[in-house]
Write a protein that binds this ligand. Structure first.
Ligand code: ADP
Ligand code: MG
Length: 829
């Protein structure tokens, strides 16, 4: 824009200057005229600024050098009109200051309304314009106004007007005509023209009639016309200038809009391009990844390709070989084919010959077959005769078979009769078999009776061996007889006095094993399954082996199992053997009696109704016994003491069902480990210990009384005297069987306790009273012995019968016909 404005200013400047420049051309532009003007200006400047020394004849270039920095110009103007230029740079040679001073001078000229030159005019080219401008300035500030006016219109104009000699009215017409004719009006400055107008008007006012001579009026009009023309051209010039500016402005505005649109467009585009760039980047990264994959693939494919090429090469080789082989084979085949063809041709010829031969032979055969068929027809006749004969024989055979059938029917009937007879015999046999179980039951009963007659109370004496590590080896046992005799010696007495003999059912030496001990009581255990109640006691002082006999040592192997494990094992074993005839249920109870109080060992509940647990095998029993022993331990802080001072009772309840008859029976086996039988010195113990001793004493003597009463078959049995006898009441007496192990400690120190134990046993077994009874009831015994003998006989015959029945049953199963006829079952009855 600036450049445009500058250009416009320059243009206008040039146009302004056009007048003086043309005037230069008009007013004799010869160098002499220029030099004259230059000299006038230099003279004028020197008069005003006397300190400058510049020759009047100085050239254009010398004057330029003088004025170029603008300082002289500014000083000149300040001299003419002080304060026109407030500040200007000193006479420095800096072009910056120079141009600044020149600018200030030129603007001051503009303010004064004087024509001016351009800064460039001062720098190069002709100095004419500068000189003229300075001449105008000189005239402006000349003291003579007419001189000033003349200078306004230039020298020519000044010369023409010659106003120093009076007013315009006084001017001769020739002069005015010259003024009007000459084109000097055109080049005269506007200021000069206006001052001409003013002077003419002032002259007319000064005159009395106010008239303006015609020629002056003409001059006036001319001058006014010139002024008007100048104004109109100026206005025209301004309008075009204005239009030019407007069009330029519009152009620039549109350009600005276009640029703005472009700028906004560029922003959006940039955004889009950024997005696209992002997309392209993503695509590029993808492409890169793909490229990598493809590279891998390419490598892999190259490898594969190599492999394939190798394979192909190998295959080619193979193919080559195969081809060769094939060709060879083809050749061979062709050879063979040719051979075969030749052979076939030979054969064909042979066959043709053969065919001819065979045709000939066929003709021969046809003639032969005709003769044969004649022979066959003859033979057919012969066969027909033979068949007729055979048919007759068949008819005879049919008759015979019918008669045989009748015979067979007859025989069948006789068989049926025989079968019926056999059925009757079978029924009889069946009856006999039914009787067999009855006989068995009877046998059991008789067996039991025998046992009863032997005594339902059995007393066994068992002597404990010396324990390992025991020093004292002297035993109080002197003799052990095979039939239950026992001799005990009193170590403190000599001779016969110190000896005492006892008799029991059996006496077990210290060497006897658990199995031997059990073998004697095994039949009683078995009788529990036949419905009998059995009680087995272990009696003796503490440490004499009661628990050993009943239970066995702790953690015992099967070999050293005590009575109760063996008894249960037997019960399970026998019940399994009998499972076809009887169905048994076995339940177990465990309790202890301490201070006349009963405690259930298998549960924490208090008895009377001690809990019963069904058992199916020995392992069940072992588990239950463990529970019982644990509970017994829990009941006391010192288990050994407690166990020796309480009775422990293991009860096995058996319920048997006869599968055939459906009848039920109940029985039980009590295994009792009694409290220690040792007597307590009353003076030594008090309190709980004394109370315990009293309870034990009481219950053991009550047991002794009951057993003794039972042995003597007393009418009254004193069950109610102790808890122990009350609990066992149902299993003591009547059909019940009582077995007692009397345990002895062989040590000398235990002599008196052993004696006391033996005396208790004697009383329980009834032997003690036996001597008195034998004299008194001798006949009874004899009678009983006879009875026993006869019963034994009966049993023997019964056994025989059973055996025979068994035999019969077996034979019946094997061949019922064979034996059925020979023996009638009735014959056994
Ligand atoms: P009790 O129950 O009468 O107090 P134990 O049965 O506890 O007596 O026996 C006392 C000790 O003697 C135990 O160590 C036991 O193992 C041992 N004992 C008892 N009888 C025999 C025997 N027949 N053979 C081997 N050791 C026995
Ligand atoms: Mg014990």
């Amino acid at each position: 824009m600036d450049s445009i404005l500058n250009r416009v200013a320059k243009d206008s400047g040039r146009r302004n200057r056009s007048s003086p420049s043309t005037s230069g051309d008009i007013f004799d532009p010869s160098s002499s005229s220029n030099a004259k003007q230059r000299a006038t200006v230099i003279e004028w400047i020197s008069s005003l600024l006397p300190y400058l020394s510049l020759s009047v004849n100085a050239s254009d270039e010398e004057l330029r050098a003088y004025l170029i920095d603008g300082t002289i110009l500014c000083q000149l103007l300040n001299k003419l009109k002080p304060g026109s230029i407030p500040e200007f740079g000193g006479s420095g040679h800096s072009s910056e200051f120079g141009s600044e001073n020149v600018k200030q001078f030129l603007s001051a000229m503009d303010k004064l309304g004087l024509p001016r030159f351009q800064a460039s005019d001062l720098e190069k080219g002709s100095m004419k314009i500068v000189v003229e401008c300075l001449l105008t300035l000189r005239e402006e500030f000349m003291p003579d106004p007419s001189a000033a006016l003349l200078h306004h219109v230039g020298h020519k104009f000044h010369e023409v007007f010659q106003l120093k000699h009076g007013g315009y009215a006084d001017l001769p017409p020739s002069k005015i005509t010259e003024m009007m004719k000459s084109n000097s009006l055109d080049i005269a400055p506007t200021q000069s023209l206006l001052s001409v107008v003013n002077e003419i008007l002032d002259e007319s006012i000064e005159r009395k009639n106010g008239e303006i001579p015609h020629r002056v009026a003409c001059l006036l009009r001319k001058v006014v016309q010139e002024i008007e023309r100048r104004i109109s051209t100026q206005a025209e010039h301004l309008r075009t200038q204005n239009n030019l500016f407007k069009t330029r402005e519009e152009k620039y505005q549109s350009r600005i809009r276009v640029l703005e649109a472009l700028a906004t467009g560029t922003c959006e585009e940039t955004q889009i391009v950024m997005n696209q760039l992002q997309h392209i980047k993503n695509a590029k990264s993808k492409m890169d990844a793909e490229k990598r994959n493809e590279d891998h693939d390419v490598v892999r494919l190259m490898k594969e390709k190599d492999d394939h090429i190798q394979e192909i090469a190998a295959l080619k080789q193979e193919l080559e070989i195969a081809k060769k082989a094939h060709e060879e084979r083809c050749l061979k085949m062709e050879k063979e084919a040719r051979n075969t063809q030749q052979k076939l041709e030979h054969k064909l010829k042979d066959i043709e010959i053969l065919l001819k031969e065979s045709e000939e032979r066929m003709k021969e055969l046809e003639t032969f077959s005709e003769s044969k068929s004649q022979k066959w027809s003859k033979k057919e006749n012969v066969y027909q005769i033979f068949t007729e004969f055979q048919l007759g024989a068949l008819r005879e055979l049919k008759f015979a078979s019918q008669s045989i059938k009748q015979e067979v029917v007859k025989t069948q009937r006789s068989y049926a009769e025989e079968f019926n007879q056999l059925g009757a015999k079978f029924r009889a046999l069946d009856h006999a078999a039914a009787n067999y179980s009855a006989v068995l039951a009877e046998n059991r009963k008789l067996h039991n009776e025998v046992q009863e007659l032997k005594g339902n109370i059995r007393v066994y004496c068992r002597i404990r061996p010396f324990l390992r590590g025991q020093k004292e080896k002297q035993s109080v046992i002197e003799y052990i007889g095979e039939n239950g005799e026992l001799v005990v010696v009193n170590p403190s007495k000599q001779g016969k006095e110190g000896r005492r003999s006892f008799k029991f059912n059996t006496v077990y030496s210290p060497a006897s094993t658990q199995a031997q001990v059990y073998s004697d009581i095994q039949p009683f255990v078995q009788s529990v399954l036949d419905g009998y109640n059995v009680c087995i006691f272990a009696y003796g002082q503490t440490g004499s082996g009661k628990t050993y006999t009943m239970t066995g040592p702790e953690g015992a192997s099967e070999e050293s199992w005590g009575v109760n494990f063996r008894a249960l094992n037997d019960l399970f074993r026998i019940s399994q053997m009998r499972e076809n005839t009887f169905k048994y249920e076995i339940k177990v109870q465990m309790m202890e009696i301490y201070n006349e109080q009963v405690r259930d060992l298998l549960s924490s509940d208090a008895v009377p109704e001690a809990s019963m647990f069904p058992v199916n095998g020995t392992t069940d029993v072992l588990d239950l016994m463990d529970t019982g022993l644990n509970n017994r331990a829990k009941g006391s802080t010192a288990m050994n003491d407690r166990s020796s001072r309480s009775h422990s009772i293991l009860t096995i309840h058996v319920q048997g069902k006869d599968i055939k008859s459906g009848s039920l029976m109940h029985s039980s086996l009590h295994l009792v480990d009694l409290a220690g039988s040792e007597r307590v010195d009353r003076s030594e113990v008090t309190g709980d210990r004394l109370k315990e001793a009293q309870h034990i004493n009481k219950s053991l003597s009550a047991l002794g009384d009951v057993i003794s009463a039972l042995a003597q078959k007393n009418a009254h049995i004193p069950y109610r005297n102790s808890k122990l006898t009350q609990v066992l009441q149902a299993s003591l007496g009547g059909q019940a069987k009582t077995l007692m192990f009397v345990q002895l400690n062989p040590e000398v120190a235990s002599y008196s306790e052993s004696m006391s134990t033996l005396k208790f046993a004697e009383r329980a077994s009834g032997v003690e009273l036996g001597a008195a009874r034998s004299s008194k009831d001798g006949k009874d015994i004899r009678d009983l012995m006879e009875q026993v003998a006869s019963l034994k006989d009966t049993i023997a015959t019964k056994d025989e019968e059973i055996e025979q029945l068994q035999l019969l049953k077996d034979q019946k199963n094997v061949s019922p016909e064979a034996n059925g006829a020979k023996r009638s079952p009735n014959s056994f009855r």
